[in-house]
Write a protein that binds this ligand. Structure first.
Ligand SMILES: [Fe+2]
Length: 163
């Protein structure tokens, strides 16, 4: 009885689009031939591979764009806070911004893992974001809190942009 384990990657199975695999960071897997294989092309017991539909990748990229937009807005409000609660809100927004930013790498790398490409620039974020920017000269602390609360509730949901 041959106890050698069958290779995980069937050479006849669909290969990764090389343009997708190219630029993958250190998380990519290299098969026996030295080819980089997609993290998200999960190997199934029958040797077939699964890749998430494009819609899943697009949805994750939109969430990622929203996360960056919300990060910038939160920092914007951190920097422009005013009023008697300045210190508390200033610090709270900084903490929230850090937490939002900390989610981005995992989201982007997940998109790569499931066979997609992800954000490349600030312009790309601007094209995908649904969280609205706030470039107002002055925003009251109460309005900052309300707007960020609303944005946080909506992130990942349907577009928060008015039709
Ligand atoms: Fe700061």
């Amino acid at each position: 009885m041959d106890l050698k384990r069958a290779p995980l990657a069937d050479k006849s199975s669909p290969k990764v689009n090389p343009t997708v695999a190219r630029g993958a960071d250190t998380h990519g897997q290299v098969d026996e031939s030295g080819d980089r294989t997609p993290q998200g092309a999960d190997d199934h017991a029958d040797g077939s591979r699964f890749q998430c539909p494009q819609g899943h990748r697009n949805a994750l990229n939109a969430i990622l764009a929203d996360a960056y937009a919300l990060y910038i807005k939160t920092k914007n409000f951190h920097w422009h806070m005013s009023g008697p609660h300045f210190r508390d809100y200033h610090l709270m927004f900084d903490e929230q911004a850090d937490q939002i930013l900390a989610t981005t790498d995992a989201i982007a790398e997940r998109v790569r893992e499931i066979g997609g490409t992800t954000l490349r620039s600030i312009g790309h974020i601007g094209r995908l974001q649904r969280v609205l920017d706030n470039d107002a000269d002055f925003v009251t602390p109460e309005d900052m809190l309300a707007e960020l609360a609303e944005d946080n509730r909506n992130i990942g949901g349907p577009s928060s942009r008015s039709p």
